[in-house]
Design a protein around this ligand. Structure first.
Ligand code: IMP
Ligand code: MG
Length: 179
């Protein structure tokens, strides 16, 4: 697996340090409240596992799986919920936890869908953000790292369902894509 890697963009240490900072920021912001973190499967799984342990307020978790209609590389903005939430979010402080925001179309759909379910508050956190590629108008409340428009893998994020278990964020050698 490691011989497929071109460059490590964000090291394991840098990820851990940033997650701690975000955890502290969230703990202060939600002091005295309970927070429901909703992870967007599958990519946000690793980030959310680390993030929730860096937060000191009581946390509940749930997951949603969404798939976007359209080509495999470009999301269309039309989203199908493949696995919905287990519980109602009405009256709760909810945070959507994403791995990476690209066009923002998937997240825009989820944000609007969750808003309609009447949470007390709704925020968005994303580990990574590629603002250059944004198409949807969404406000991201917490961002781990802004990255350039390059395809990345690792720390939960895949290419063709592989590389999720890399402990860092990296780019892949071009020949990997032509295999
Ligand atoms: P969008 O913001 O609707 O365009 O889609 C975001 C989703 O596309 C993310 O949650 C990822 O699943 C996927 N994605 C976007 N950029 C990358 C990348 O660089 N590597 C792997 N997956 C990506
Ligand atoms: Mg995703």
């Amino acid at each position: 697996m490691n011989h497929d890697i071109k460059e490590i963009l964000i090291s394991q240490e840098a990820l851990a340090a940033r997650v701690q900072e975000l955890g502290q920021e969230i703990s202060e912001k939600y002091k005295g409240k309970e927070l429901l973190m909703i992870g967007v499967l599958k990519g946000a799984n690793v980030f959310m596992s680390d993030l929730m342990r860096a937060v000191s307020v009581p946390i509940q978790i749930d997951f949603i799986a969404a798939s976007s209609y359209g080509s495999s590389t470009e999301s269309s903005g039309v989203v199908r919920i493949v696995k919905d939430l287990d519980y109602s979010i009405e009256g709760k402080h909810v945070m959507i936890v994403e791995d990476i925001i690209d066009t923002g179309l998937t997240l825009k759909y989820l944000y609007d869908n969750f808003s309609a379910r009447k949470p007390s508050s709704l925020s968005i956190i994303s580990l990574l953000d590629k603002p250059e590629r944004r198409k949807a108008d969404i406000k991201v409340d917490y961002t781990g790292f802004i990255i350039p428009d390059e395809f990345i893998v690792g720390y939960g994020i895949d290419y063709a369902e592989k590389y999720r278990n890399l402990p860092f964020v990296a780019t892949l050698k071009p020949e990997v894509y032509s295999k």
